[in-house]
Design a protein around this ligand. Sequence first.
Ligand code: UGA
Length: 432
Amino acid sequence: MNLCIIGTGYVGLVTGTIFSHLGYNVVCVDRDAKKIDGLKQGVMPIYEEGLKELVDANVAAGRLTFSIDLVSSVRESDIVFICVGTPPGKDGAPEMKYVRAVAEEIAQGLNDYKIVVNKSTVPVGTGELVRSIIQENLTQPVAFDVVSNPEFLREGTAIYDTLNPDRVVIGAVNREVGEKVASLYQTLTDTVQITDIASAELIKYASNSFLATKISFMNAVSALCELTGADVEQVREGVGQDKRIGSAFLNAGLGFGGSCFPKDCLGLLHTAKRYDYDFHLMDSVLRVNEEQPLRFLARLREVLGGFEGKRIGVWGLAFKPNTDDIRDGKAFEIMAALIKEGAEVLAYDPIAIDNSRKEQPAATYVDTALDACKDVDALILVTEWREFKEADFEEVRKSMRLPVLFDGRNIFNPKEMRDKGFLYYSIGRADA
Ligand code: UGA
């Protein structure tokens, strides 16, 4: 079976690599020649643990190739996956121009029956849109089917998630077509749900938005904890032990970032508006998410008596650990506010510094976690990298001008931090 994967971002590159690992012949296509050249030389465009090793092994085995030639790659394939980005447009609706452009080009490569699978996160109705674009641009009269197969992998654990899916969702016009795509996953899971196309498209948005809702709910509870003296970690444990609720995605913190949750909550809202449904729950989820770093900054401002002339260390720039992705990362909102109000910012991340320099050139980027503590009036932990959990806090405290530690992810024990001499502040827990 020959597979063509269009788009070598997180979803495309990981999906293509895993399919090649499962024994299929895969060509990964991207219009970015630099990216494709890099991949041919074993240079990964993203940081994802284990990815390079798998790419190298499957390239060496002759099952994984890279190309900028979409049309001929489609011609030689049985199943074509669309994995291009759908970033939020100006009005919050996903930007569909890449999906449209790719559908037009796919049509030119259709020389016999093929299945075109949409893996990009797209609004309800995109299956039909892709079908009609391909139909209008066919260069010869061939049959084809369009299938929706949303992706549920997380950055940072993308390989593991792809090899161990909770479920595979396939939206197809009929069962036979759905089962052809399902067969690709047969060695990975028995939990395959074949649905209609619109439902598959909505399952993706509903899943991400529901997870975001869990996070915002706990963040709102954390605000209440700060006001009432309750402890959000104890509340989380008690709530999460109810099997109907589950303990995952209940961690209070600075809010959710990344390229998916903020975009997909907006996307769901936009779909609702298109159909005149007032999905005000999603408005609130996004509002809590915007307020969370602002509340955190307000507490820090109060503790320090303003930011003017202050020197502040920031630990963690990636939107979450184990990735160099900084999209919608809370560190940037926080750094922008600090810098605007006159603070000097020393920023450190184990792997996301290069990406961060372009995003916030006014911060000073340092080479080690300890360098970000030198003579600072406060240290803010934004991303819960393991390196920070294991830091030598004796050295950290000695380096700081004032021992003010703001933990935006609740990774430390308040009493232990107080015993180590810190004025320790976290989310939804009693201050030091
Ligand atoms: C998310 C989904 O989890 C994936 O299933 C989905 O495939 C992906 O989006 C996508 O649509 O492509 P991802 O954005 O990589 O994955 O990262 P998550 O691990 O879900 O974290 C998202 C954000 O939520 C991060 O900023 C994280 O810090 C935050 N978060 C997560 C919390 O604040 N609290 C939690 O309890 C969990």
